[in-house]
Design a protein around this ligand. Sequence first.
Ligand code: TYD
Length: 130
Amino acid sequence: MNARIIELPKILDQRGNLTFIEEENHIPFKIERTFWIYDVPGGENRGGHAYRETEEFIVALSGSFTVQLDNGHERQEFHLNRSYYGLYVPRMVWREMTNFSTNSLALVLASTPYSTEDYIRDYSIFKNLV
Ligand code: TYD
């Protein structure tokens, strides 16, 4: 699986730290959309699908959560809990987001505009395609 953690620049400062993302330097795709997931009630999960084309870059801007990935052949789990690390998720990877801490904030950069046709929400259909 080509999913991987990408470390972002971290400007340490006594006034507060700063991290930034530049599409050309840090993200392996052109950013077409940004969304964020917040106010997740305790015990709730997000995701539970794959995308045919969309690639994503996921950052825990605040708090922590777990991203479980499955490309049909292997599974990997990443616990995101620092705002200067992001997880690159390639296309055709089944993902679940779990273990959201209180007040966690998940930033997601995506390579496509939102399209319902890009979603695969049935795991058996996903397994047949990979
Ligand atoms: P969904 O991707 O299923 O959420 P998650 O994978 O985090 O559980 O999206 C939830 C709803 O939000 C769904 O009705 C589609 C809508 N949505 C948009 O309209 N635009 C977007 O960019 C995203 C990500 C979701």
